[in-house]
Design a protein around this ligand. Structure first.
Ligand SMILES: Nc1ncnc2c1ncn2[C@@H]1O[C@H](COP(=O)(O)OP(=O)(O)OP(=O)(O)O)[C@@H](O)[C@H]1O
Ligand SMILES: O=C(O)C1=C[C@@H](O)[C@@H](O)[C@H](O)C1
Ligand SMILES: [Mg+2]
Length: 207
């Protein structure tokens, strides 16, 4: 039996990985989607960490804010370990459909998790203008991995450094700065159809 495989989305925080994974799976029959940040939250909830119910409309308990609290409580290293374990859990899930994986914004720095993602190619790097991303991030408050004294500067430095990693690790780069979520999903489908999109390697193709 042919086992359906994976497709992975990477990119900086708020590049649209989760939104695009949802839209891609809606538009692409035979696929499902999953979010590693969400699995991290579910794992934490199993350990008793207070996690929001999806229906909660309290601003203090949105998944993004709980994830932020978890990151703060665990620290960078333990969070990276959780990300690795979450991804391992994803790979062990029984599945009938091709799985589109939306990763967390820091996965490029998590070498153990990146090793697991070798199984989950093709990897599409959603590349966006860091200034646009910082605007989106700041609208929701400053995340704990940025310098509170210089959030914009620290994000732009992080973005520059990570951009090189994302490019190296991915098979495809989609410049999403001026695209809607729907257009990004369509661009990925087009690239996928064009290339068969299964050959590992540094991102060369650009939409
Ligand atoms: N192409 C786009 N155009 C405009 N807004 C977008 C686009 N993609 C995502 N957004 C908005 O940016 C915010 C973050 O989107 P999303 O959660 O999908 O990003 P993400 O890459 O998964 O972020 P994170 O790294 O925090 O998980 C949301 O408010 C979403 O509506
Ligand atoms: O960019 C980052 O380092 C992160 C992004 C989020 O998706 C979370 O995975 C976490 O807050 C770390
Ligand atoms: Mg996300």
């Amino acid at each position: 039996m042919h086992l359906p495989a994976y497709l992975t989305l990477t990119g900086l925080k708020h590049a649209g990985k989760s939104s695009v994974a949802r839209e891609l799976s809606r538009a692409w029959p035979g696929t499902n989607h999953i979010d590693t940040d969400q699995i991290i939250l579910e794992r934490a909830a199993r350990r008793g960490f207070p996690c929001p119910s999806p229906s909660s409309d309290s601003p203090e308990s949105t998944p993004a804010l709980i994830l932020r609290q978890l990151f703060q409580e665990l620290g960078h290293e333990a969070f990276a370990r959780e990300e690795y374990l979450a991804l391992q859990e994803v790979l062990e899930m029984p599945r009938q459909e091709r799985l589109i994986i939306a990763t967390g914004g820091g996965v490029c720095d998590n070498l153990e998790a990146m090793k697991l993602l070798e199984e989950c190619r093709p990897i599409f790097y959603l590349r966006a203008d860091p200034e646009v991303l910082f605007g989106r991030i700041a609208a929701g408050g400053i995340p704990p991995f940025l310098d509170p004294q210089d959030p914009r500067g620290s994000f732009l430095r992080l973005a520059n450094r990570r951009d090189l990693l994302y490019r190296e690790q991915a098979d495809h780069l989609v410049d999403v700065s001026h695209l809607t979520v729907d257009e990004v999903a369509q661009a990925i489908l087009k690239l996928h159809d064009r290339k068969g999109a299964n050959t590992p390697g540094a991102a060369e193709q650009q939409y």
